[in-house]
Design a protein around this ligand. Structure first.
Ligand code: COA
Length: 152
């Protein structure tokens, strides 16, 4: 359980947080649960065996649980020294807009801060900039742009 100020704020919000809500930093969460929560927001289904490897190779993995149901997830990759990149930030649609995404991000950034990584980056899906700005993320002011090379 998290008892930080951010938790307290959402404890008093309109939609109550699930009474059995807890957060895990364990990389060994069932890959089927990760697959399923990603599918719940329309993302393509990745193979569980590949998810397991990706989680093991991640710097930090955070999941939020309502008892035995995974309701939030996020992870970060990186070198633990210079930089980290956040991936797969997701809250189950039935639990969105209740502060859970905020708490998941808070937990992930807290773990990244233990390594004192100076630069954390992410790719914001269209319409999610406002969510990430709350944590201090911004488009690079000097015009540096993220670029992709996808292997098809
Ligand atoms: C983006 C997402 C993780 C946010 O999770 P959430 O639990 O709904 O967010 P929260 O309830 O913690 O929201 C915290 C604050 O951010 C705001 N917020 C939430 N989603 C937002 C969005 N897409 N754009 C702008 N602000 C947003 C909320 O209104 C809330 O503000 P408040 O404190 O003033 O009420 C969730 O909507 C989601 O899983 N979306 C689908 C997957 C996705 O797009 N992930 C991001 C990939 S880059």
């Amino acid at each position: 359980m998290v008892l930080s100020g951010i938790w307290k704020r959402y404890e008093n919000s309109k939609e109550p947080l699930p009474p059995n809500l807890f957060f895990s930093h364990n990389k060994e969460v069932p890959p089927e649960d990760v697959q399923e929560i990603c599918a719940s927001v329309g993302w393509s289904r990745r193979e569980p065996a590949l998810i397991t490897r990706a989680l093991q190779n991640s710097v930090a993995v955070v999941s939020a649980w309502d008892d035995k149901i995974m309701i939030g997830f996020a992870r970060a990759t990186g070198d633990k020294v210079f930089n980290a990149t956040i991936w797969d930030v997701v809250v189950r649609p039935s639990h969105q807009r209740r502060g859970i995404g905020m708490l998941v991000m808070h937990e992930l950034l807290k773990e990244l801060d233990t390594y004192e990584i100076p630069l954390v980056t992410l790719y914001a899906d269209p319409g999610t900039d406002g969510f990430y700005r709350r944590f201090g993320f911004m488009a690079d002011p000097s015009g540096v742009r993220g670029m992709f090379r996808e292997k098809l």
